[in-house]
Write a protein that binds this ligand. Structure first.
Ligand code: CP
Length: 329
């Protein structure tokens, strides 16, 4: 498998075999990391991380992953570069490509990361856009594969805003890997029909099904993986909280819901999560709307079925795999 020089912008661009290869590579890196085995295979290279939105996991995974591989790293935060303000995306891409071997971008529209890639002749990696979150997906499916011998034919159910970048990306990766994907959301928050149609085609080729429903009982039946995400995504207006709470409260992942899934089902969340009041936003929402927990209860989040910390750790190994595979000669 040769992915040298490739961008990593969305999983629609990658074949099932390429995705599986990256997850296998990540598992090999995980073993090396746990064994404290040096793997600075990309010594002498440098990468730049362009973040127009905040991050804990994605930023740290790129930074630690790059350093473990022997590379130098520059972090440019939301106010740290000229991009978009005094310099176009095209000019930024061409300048950065003269100095760096790879460029990570987290920000707004998918078209921005696509434009960075168009004007740069080094690999560009999507660290989250409004539409997709592809690096998250590799960690998610790696975590699923650590809990089930065979991922093909398993049923993954997403509860929440079915149109957000995580839900969109789950639908893509599941359809590419033969995992049955159910998006359970109120009809107002159903995914884009064009993306559903594309994924239905992939699912057909890979003998799996895509189901979009607002029926919670139907969705949870025989579920192997229960996944949720915050009800308001980064960059969305805070005045949407009331509307989202009204729409999504019924779709909260709680013990009662988990008990209706398969007995060995696992719980995943890309994080951060509002499962308690130990955050500023969680506290504000509590004071305004009286909710102590949102998309998942603390009981489920802290339960043995919850694999969210393994999933967060796997961000490092999968992002390292992406950088290595696309930068090695
Ligand atoms: N899941 C995720 O992308 O986390 P961060 O926002 O902390 O990077």
């Amino acid at each position: 498998m040769n992915l040298s020089g490739r961008d990593f912008l969305k999983l629609l661009d990658y074949s099932s075999e390429e995705i599986i290869y990256l997850i296998k590579l990540a598992k090999a890196f995980k073993i090396k990391k746990h064994n404290h085995e040096p793997h600075n295979y990309l010594k002498g290279k440098n990468v730049v991380l362009l973040f127009e939105k905040d991050s804990t996991r994605t930023r740290c995974a790129f930074e630690v992953g790059a350093k473990d591989l022997g590379m130098g790293v520059t972090y440019l935060g939301p106010t740290g570069s000229q991009m978009g303000k005094k310099e176009s995306i095209a000019d930024t891409a061409r300048v950065l490509a003269r100095m760096y071997d790879g460029i990570e971008y987290r920000g707004f529209e998918q078209k921005i990361v696509e434009e960075l890639a168009k004007y740069s002749d080094v690999p560009v990696w999507n660290g989250l856009t409004n539409e997709f979150h592809p690096t998250q997906m590799l960690a998610d499916i790696m975590t699923v594969s650590e809990n089930f011998d065979n991922i093909a034919g398993k049923k993954l159910v997403f509860f929440g805003d079915g149109r957000n970048n995580v839900a969109n990306s789950l639908m893509v990766i599941c359809s590419k890997l033969g995992i049955n994907y159910t998006c359970c959301a109120p009809t107002q928050l159903f995914p884009n029909q064009e993306l559903i149609n594309t994924c239905q085609e992939f699912a057909k080729q890979n003998h799996s099904e895509i189901t979009i429903t607002d029926n919670i009982e139907l969705a949870i039946k025989n579920a192997d993986v229960i996944y949720t995400d915050v009800w308001l995504s980064m960059g969305e207006n805070a005045n949407l909280w009331q509307e989202r709470i009204n729409l999504l409260s019924l779709y909260q992942v709680n013990k009662e819901l988990m008990q209706k899934a398969n007995p060995n089902a696992i719980f995943l969340h890309c994080l951060p999560s509002f499962h308690d009041l130990n955050t500023t936003i969680g506290q504000e929402v509590y004071e305004k709307f009286g909710l102590k927990e949102m998309e998942v209860t603390n009981e489920v989040f802290e339960s043995p079925q919850s694999k969210v910390m393994d999933q967060a750790e796997n961000r490092l190994h999968t992002i390292k795999a992406i950088m290595y595979a696309t930068l090695k000669k």
